[in-house]
Design a protein. Structure first.
Length: 53
């Protein structure tokens, strides 16, 4: 899970430490990475009929 955030953390560090500029592609890429991480952590809910025997 942590490996997914390496590009986002590196970009944030570049913005803070190296005074880099944030481009449109970079922000879209960061959103895609964060959305993908959120999707992998969410668990699908079991159907109501399968929950009861």
């Amino acid at each position: 899970m942590v490996i997914c955030f390496v590009p986002v953390i590196a970009t944030t560090a570049g913005l803070a430490v190296l005074d880099k500029q944030l481009g449109g592609n970079t922000s879209v890429g960061a959103l895609i990475v964060l959305a993908g991480a959120a999707l992998t952590q969410s668990r699908p809910k079991a159907p109501a009929s399968a929950a009861q025997p």
